[in-house]
Design a protein around this ligand. Structure first.
Ligand SMILES: [Zn+2]
Length: 193
C-alpha cells in the first residue's frame, strides 16, 4: 500500500475521536456508540468503512464502546502534554521573577531604591510573568508538548495495536470462517465476554 501516511508513524487518531474522548473524559458524553474497530473513530449507523482510516467493518468489526486500554493511552498522552505545557508556563513565571529580582537589585544598588524602579519591577513581575508564562507555556510549551506527547503516543499505539492484533487474530490458528456469510449490519459488537 502506498497510501501509508508518509513521514508519520503517528497513530491513527482522528480529530473527531480526540474531541469525543475529551468530552467523554469530562463526563459530557457517554462511551457508547458505533466505533471503528481499528482506530475507534465514530462510525455512522450504517457506514461500512471508516472515514478516517478507511478500514472496512468487515476487516475490523465495529465496537460499541472505546476500550479502557485505549482510553488509558489517550489520558497518558493528555497528561504528558499538560505536564510539558505547565512546566514551560512555570518557567515563564520564573523568568518574570528573575527579571523582578534583577530590577530590584539595580534599583537598590544603583538608584538608591528609587520608587519608580521598584514600581517598574513590580509591573514586570505581574505583567511580565503572565506574558512570559503565556508565551512559553501557550506557545512553545504547547507545540513541544504536542510533539512529544504524539511521538510517545505513536510508540504506545504500536504496542497497543500489536497486542490487540495478537488478541483478535491469533497467528497460530488462521481462522477459516466463511467470509461474506455474515451480512453487514449485524456485526457482533459485544464479543469481549
Ligand atoms: Zn478507523
Amino acid at each position: 500500500m502506498s497510501g501509508a501516511s508518509a513521514g508519520g508513524d503517528l497513530p491513527v487518531f482522528s480529530k473527531r475521536l480526540d474531541e469525543l474522548m475529551a468530552s467523554m473524559l469530562a463526563g459530557e458524553a457517554p462511551n457508547v456508540g458505533r466505533f471503528c474497530g481499528y482506530c475507534y473513530t465514530p462510525l455512522g449507523k450504517h457506514a461500512d468503512a471508516c472515514a478516517h482510516c478507511a478500514r472496512t467493518t468487515a476487516q475490523y468489526a465495529p465496537v460499541a464502546k472505546i476500550p479502557a486500554e485505549f482510553f488509558a493511552l489517550y489520558k497518558r498522552m493528555r497528561h504528558r502534554e499538560s505536564v510539558i505545557v505547565n512546566s514551560f508556563a512555570f518557567a515563564g513565571l520564573g523568568l518574570g521573577l528573575l527579571l523582578f529580582i534583577v530590577i530590584v537589585a539595580i534599583a537598590v544598588y544603583r538608584f538608591n531604591a528609587s520608587l519608580w524602579w521598584m514600581a517598574g519591577a513590580t509591573a514586570v513581575l505581574i505583567v511580565g510573568g503572565r506574558v512570559f508564562a503565556g508565551i512559553l507555556g501557550g506557545w512553545i510549551g504547547d507545540s513541544i508538548g504536542y510533539d512529544v506527547a504524539r511521538r510517545k503516543l505513536a510508540v504506545e499505539w504500536q504496542a497497543y495495536e500489536h497486542e490487540r492484533e495478537a488478541r483478535l487474530r491469533p497467528p497460530a490458528a488462521p481462522e477459516r470462517s466463511e467470509a461474506g456469510a455474515a451480512p453487514a449490519g449485524t456485526s457482533q459488537t459485544g464479543r469481549t465476554a
